[in-house]
Design a protein around this ligand. Structure first.
Ligand SMILES: [Zn+2]
Length: 212
């Protein structure tokens, strides 16, 4: 079986395993538990527009999960079928940011490409954050300044309550020599943000809105 699960879908499935573990620990009624089990399987299967018989069988077993060990084994097994983020080199990164002076490279060797929906990294020297994501099938990069906030807030990409900061990009205005700044609050830690993501909608909106 070829990989067919995206990182955000994997995260969603992981969340459903937590719902099931919690359900088994707190509910005694068999009817209620059965409803919970079928609802979880339904939610997981509905993430995918099309599934082969084999893929369907693999994912349907989510409803059998009762406890942590079982969930961990299930998640480790389906991780083999997670589609990695497209492979990327320093050369291709340079091409994506032609205007960025003093471009800092991410530590590519430290990244598990099955665990990201976007590649995000920081340059503390210039207070910049860089992001690369697939937008309409094409790798798209944006960068901007990043200013951490002193308290937690809601991230515009993963929608979770996290340590955030203001990400701002500068794009050319309609009149010559003018610039417009656009931005929003997003997770400080891009790795954590990728772990939180369980849908791509807000990520795509964000990148689409802020690219030059
Ligand atoms: Zn986030």
């Amino acid at each position: 079986m070829e990989p067919f699960i995206r990182n955000d879908q994997y995260n969603f499935i992981k969340y459903q395993t937590q719902v099931l573990i919690h359900g088994h620990a707190s509910v005694n009624d068999t009817g209620v538990l059965n409803a919970l089990k079928s609802l979880s399987a339904e939610k997981v299967l509905s993430l995918f527009a099309e599934l082969s018989e084999e893929q369907n069988q693999l994912l349907s077993t989510v409803s059998d999960i009762k406890e942590r060990d079982h969930a961990d084994a299930f998640l480790a097994h389906i991780k083999d079928y997670v589609i990695p983020f497209p492979s990327i080199t320093e050369q291709s990164i340079k091409k994506m940011f032609p205007k960025a002076k003093k471009l800092k490279m991410p530590a590519l060797e430290d990244i598990d490409f099955r665990e990201i929906s976007y590649l995000g990294w920081d340059d503390k020297g210039t207070n910049r954050k860089y992001m690369i994501s697939l937008l309409d099938g094409k790798l798209t990069g944006i960068y901007g300044t990043f200013k951490p906030l002193s308290k937690k807030g809601i991230c515009a990409i993963c929608n979770k309550f996290e340590e955030t900061g203001m990400f701002l990009t500068e794009t050319k205005g309609t009149q010559l020599g003018t610039y417009t700044k656009k931005g929003n609050y997003i997770c400080h830690d891009s790795r954590k943000c990728n772990e939180n993501l369980n849908s791509l909608e807000q990520l795509h909106d964000f990148i689409g809105r802020l690219r030059g």
